[in-house]
Design a protein around this ligand. Structure first.
Ligand SMILES: C[S@@+](CC[C@H](N)C(=O)[O-])C[C@H]1O[C@@H](n2cnc3c(N)ncnc32)[C@H](O)[C@@H]1O
Length: 204
Protein backbone atom coordinates (compact mmCIF):
# COMPACT_ATOMS: atom_id res chain seq x y z
CA UNK A 1 0.00 0.00 0.00
CA UNK A 2 1.30 3.50 -0.84
CA UNK A 3 1.87 6.15 1.83
CA UNK A 4 1.68 8.90 -0.79
CA UNK A 5 -0.91 11.62 -0.01
CA UNK A 6 -4.17 11.23 -1.98
CA UNK A 7 -4.32 13.31 -5.14
CA UNK A 8 -8.11 13.72 -5.06
CA UNK A 9 -10.55 14.44 -2.21
CA UNK A 10 -13.09 11.70 -1.44
CA UNK A 11 -16.49 12.23 -3.10
CA UNK A 12 -19.09 14.11 -1.05
CA UNK A 13 -21.83 12.18 0.75
CA UNK A 14 -25.03 14.20 0.37
CA UNK A 15 -28.01 13.40 2.65
CA UNK A 16 -31.54 13.41 1.20
CA UNK A 17 -33.29 16.79 1.44
CA UNK A 18 -35.61 17.13 4.45
CA UNK A 19 -39.31 17.12 3.62
CA UNK A 20 -40.60 19.38 6.38
CA UNK A 21 -39.34 22.41 8.26
CA UNK A 22 -39.15 26.15 7.70
CA UNK A 23 -38.38 27.77 4.38
CA UNK A 24 -36.58 31.06 4.92
CA UNK A 25 -36.29 33.91 2.42
CA UNK A 26 -33.49 35.95 4.00
CA UNK A 27 -33.06 39.56 2.90
CA UNK A 28 -36.40 39.29 1.11
CA UNK A 29 -36.73 42.99 0.23
CA UNK A 30 -40.07 43.54 -1.49
CA UNK A 31 -40.10 40.07 -3.05
CA UNK A 32 -42.04 38.17 -0.40
CA UNK A 33 -42.38 34.46 -1.24
CA UNK A 34 -45.50 32.46 -0.41
CA UNK A 35 -44.75 29.48 1.86
CA UNK A 36 -41.58 31.13 3.18
CA UNK A 37 -40.78 33.11 6.31
CA UNK A 38 -39.66 36.36 4.72
CA UNK A 39 -36.95 38.18 6.67
CA UNK A 40 -35.38 41.62 6.20
CA UNK A 41 -34.06 44.43 8.36
CA UNK A 42 -36.19 46.95 6.42
CA UNK A 43 -39.77 47.08 5.11
CA UNK A 44 -42.67 44.87 6.15
CA UNK A 45 -41.41 41.28 6.04
CA UNK A 46 -42.84 38.47 8.19
CA UNK A 47 -39.83 38.87 10.51
CA UNK A 48 -37.85 42.10 10.87
CA UNK A 49 -34.29 41.14 11.78
CA UNK A 50 -30.79 42.37 11.04
CA UNK A 51 -28.97 39.28 9.79
CA UNK A 52 -25.68 40.72 11.06
CA UNK A 53 -27.00 40.39 14.63
CA UNK A 54 -26.83 36.99 16.30
CA UNK A 55 -28.56 34.76 17.16
CA UNK A 56 -31.10 34.80 14.34
CA UNK A 57 -34.67 34.29 15.68
CA UNK A 58 -34.96 30.67 14.48
CA UNK A 59 -34.38 27.44 16.40
CA UNK A 60 -31.47 25.09 15.75
CA UNK A 61 -32.07 22.73 12.80
CA UNK A 62 -35.47 24.27 12.01
CA UNK A 63 -35.07 25.14 8.29
CA UNK A 64 -35.17 22.81 5.31
CA UNK A 65 -34.57 25.51 2.69
CA UNK A 66 -33.03 28.97 2.70
CA UNK A 67 -33.13 31.48 -0.15
CA UNK A 68 -30.57 34.30 -0.28
CA UNK A 69 -31.37 36.10 -3.52
CA UNK A 70 -28.85 38.91 -4.10
CA UNK A 71 -28.29 39.29 -0.36
CA UNK A 72 -25.11 37.51 0.75
CA UNK A 73 -22.84 39.93 -1.12
CA UNK A 74 -24.32 42.72 1.06
CA UNK A 75 -23.64 41.06 4.42
CA UNK A 76 -20.70 40.96 6.80
CA UNK A 77 -18.20 43.57 5.65
CA UNK A 78 -16.02 42.47 8.56
CA UNK A 79 -14.84 38.88 8.13
CA UNK A 80 -15.88 37.95 11.68
CA UNK A 81 -19.46 39.03 10.95
CA UNK A 82 -19.50 37.12 7.66
CA UNK A 83 -18.25 33.99 9.47
CA UNK A 84 -20.98 34.56 12.10
CA UNK A 85 -23.56 34.57 9.29
CA UNK A 86 -22.19 31.28 7.93
CA UNK A 87 -22.40 29.80 11.46
CA UNK A 88 -26.01 30.97 11.88
CA UNK A 89 -26.93 29.58 8.47
CA UNK A 90 -25.52 26.22 9.55
CA UNK A 91 -27.16 26.35 12.99
CA UNK A 92 -30.72 27.05 11.79
CA UNK A 93 -30.59 24.50 8.94
CA UNK A 94 -31.44 20.80 9.12
CA UNK A 95 -29.10 18.09 7.87
CA UNK A 96 -29.53 18.07 4.09
CA UNK A 97 -31.14 21.52 3.95
CA UNK A 98 -30.63 23.40 0.68
CA UNK A 99 -29.40 26.99 0.63
CA UNK A 100 -30.21 28.64 -2.71
CA UNK A 101 -27.91 31.59 -3.35
CA UNK A 102 -27.94 34.02 -6.27
CA UNK A 103 -25.31 36.75 -6.56
CA UNK A 104 -23.94 39.06 -9.22
CA UNK A 105 -20.74 37.69 -10.76
CA UNK A 106 -17.72 39.41 -9.13
CA UNK A 107 -16.43 40.51 -12.55
CA UNK A 108 -19.76 42.04 -13.60
CA UNK A 109 -20.68 45.73 -13.51
CA UNK A 110 -23.72 44.67 -11.46
CA UNK A 111 -21.29 43.68 -8.71
CA UNK A 112 -18.83 46.55 -9.16
CA UNK A 113 -21.33 49.42 -9.33
CA UNK A 114 -23.14 48.85 -6.01
CA UNK A 115 -21.44 50.49 -3.01
CA UNK A 116 -23.31 48.21 -0.60
CA UNK A 117 -21.65 45.07 -2.01
CA UNK A 118 -19.03 44.08 0.56
CA UNK A 119 -17.45 40.90 -0.88
CA UNK A 120 -17.64 38.61 -3.91
CA UNK A 121 -19.46 35.35 -3.29
CA UNK A 122 -18.20 32.52 -5.50
CA UNK A 123 -19.03 28.80 -5.63
CA UNK A 124 -15.44 27.93 -4.65
CA UNK A 125 -15.80 30.01 -1.46
CA UNK A 126 -17.93 27.16 -0.05
CA UNK A 127 -15.05 24.67 -0.19
CA UNK A 128 -13.53 26.57 2.77
CA UNK A 129 -16.62 25.53 4.78
CA UNK A 130 -16.50 21.85 3.71
CA UNK A 131 -14.99 19.59 6.36
CA UNK A 132 -14.34 16.98 3.63
CA UNK A 133 -12.23 19.49 1.67
CA UNK A 134 -10.62 20.88 4.85
CA UNK A 135 -9.43 17.38 5.85
CA UNK A 136 -8.16 16.74 2.32
CA UNK A 137 -6.17 19.99 2.43
CA UNK A 138 -4.66 18.85 5.75
CA UNK A 139 -3.59 15.55 4.20
CA UNK A 140 -1.89 17.19 1.20
CA UNK A 141 -0.36 20.08 3.17
CA UNK A 142 -2.41 22.80 1.41
CA UNK A 143 -2.31 26.22 3.08
CA UNK A 144 -6.07 27.00 2.66
CA UNK A 145 -7.83 27.98 5.92
CA UNK A 146 -9.97 25.00 7.07
CA UNK A 147 -12.87 27.22 8.15
CA UNK A 148 -15.36 24.33 8.35
CA UNK A 149 -13.23 22.65 10.99
CA UNK A 150 -12.43 25.93 12.81
CA UNK A 151 -16.10 27.03 12.97
CA UNK A 152 -17.61 23.52 13.23
CA UNK A 153 -19.80 24.02 10.18
CA UNK A 154 -20.09 21.78 7.13
CA UNK A 155 -21.41 22.65 3.68
CA UNK A 156 -21.13 20.98 0.28
CA UNK A 157 -21.51 22.86 -2.98
CA UNK A 158 -24.35 21.49 -5.12
CA UNK A 159 -25.54 22.66 -8.53
CA UNK A 160 -24.08 25.86 -9.98
CA UNK A 161 -25.60 27.83 -12.86
CA UNK A 162 -23.93 30.73 -14.63
CA UNK A 163 -26.24 33.26 -16.28
CA UNK A 164 -24.42 34.96 -19.16
CA UNK A 165 -24.81 38.61 -20.11
CA UNK A 166 -26.85 39.17 -23.32
CA UNK A 167 -23.89 39.57 -25.78
CA UNK A 168 -22.38 36.31 -24.56
CA UNK A 169 -25.74 34.53 -24.70
CA UNK A 170 -25.86 35.55 -28.37
CA UNK A 171 -22.28 34.39 -29.04
CA UNK A 172 -23.07 30.99 -27.54
CA UNK A 173 -26.38 30.77 -29.41
CA UNK A 174 -24.58 31.58 -32.68
CA UNK A 175 -22.01 28.88 -31.82
CA UNK A 176 -19.15 31.42 -31.98
CA UNK A 177 -17.49 29.87 -28.91
CA UNK A 178 -16.85 26.45 -27.47
CA UNK A 179 -17.70 25.90 -23.77
CA UNK A 180 -13.93 25.85 -23.05
CA UNK A 181 -13.48 29.24 -24.76
CA UNK A 182 -16.44 30.59 -22.81
CA UNK A 183 -14.85 29.46 -19.51
CA UNK A 184 -11.57 31.08 -20.49
CA UNK A 185 -13.36 34.33 -21.39
CA UNK A 186 -15.31 34.31 -18.11
CA UNK A 187 -12.03 33.95 -16.20
CA UNK A 188 -10.39 36.85 -18.07
CA UNK A 189 -13.00 39.46 -18.97
CA UNK A 190 -15.67 41.48 -17.19
CA UNK A 191 -19.38 41.10 -17.92
CA UNK A 192 -19.28 37.62 -19.43
CA UNK A 193 -21.26 36.05 -16.59
CA UNK A 194 -23.88 38.32 -15.06
CA UNK A 195 -25.23 36.18 -12.27
CA UNK A 196 -24.18 33.04 -10.42
CA UNK A 197 -26.80 30.73 -8.94
CA UNK A 198 -25.58 28.06 -6.57
CA UNK A 199 -27.05 25.48 -4.24
CA UNK A 200 -25.21 24.73 -1.02
CA UNK A 201 -26.12 21.66 1.04
CA UNK A 202 -25.90 21.71 4.83
CA UNK A 203 -24.31 18.68 6.52
CA UNK A 204 -24.80 17.92 10.21
C1 LIG B 1 -30.55 43.56 -3.42
S1 LIG B 1 -31.84 43.41 -2.24
C2 LIG B 1 -32.52 41.81 -2.67
C3 LIG B 1 -33.91 41.69 -2.18
C4 LIG B 1 -34.59 40.37 -2.48
N1 LIG B 1 -33.88 39.22 -1.98
C5 LIG B 1 -34.91 40.21 -3.94
O1 LIG B 1 -34.53 39.22 -4.54
O2 LIG B 1 -35.58 41.09 -4.49
C6 LIG B 1 -30.94 43.08 -0.74
C7 LIG B 1 -31.84 42.98 0.48
O3 LIG B 1 -31.04 42.57 1.59
C8 LIG B 1 -31.48 43.27 2.73
N2 LIG B 1 -30.41 43.34 3.73
C9 LIG B 1 -29.21 43.92 3.58
N3 LIG B 1 -28.50 43.82 4.71
C10 LIG B 1 -29.31 43.17 5.59
C11 LIG B 1 -29.16 42.76 6.94
N4 LIG B 1 -28.04 43.04 7.62
N5 LIG B 1 -30.17 42.10 7.53
C12 LIG B 1 -31.32 41.82 6.85
N6 LIG B 1 -31.51 42.18 5.58
C13 LIG B 1 -30.53 42.85 4.96
C14 LIG B 1 -31.84 44.65 2.19
O4 LIG B 1 -32.68 45.34 3.08
C15 LIG B 1 -32.48 44.29 0.87
O5 LIG B 1 -33.87 44.14 1.00
Amino acid sequence: MSNAPPSQPPPPVIPPPPTDGLRLNLGCGQNLRAGFVNVDKFGSPDVRHDLELFPWPFADSSAREVVLNHVLEHLGQQSDVFLGIVKELHRVCMNGAIVRIAVPHPRSDDFLNDPTHVRPITPVLWTAFSKRMNRFWGRIGAANSPLGLYLDVDFELGAVQLDLSPPWVKRMRDQKLTPAQLNESAAQYNNVVQQIRMEVIVLK
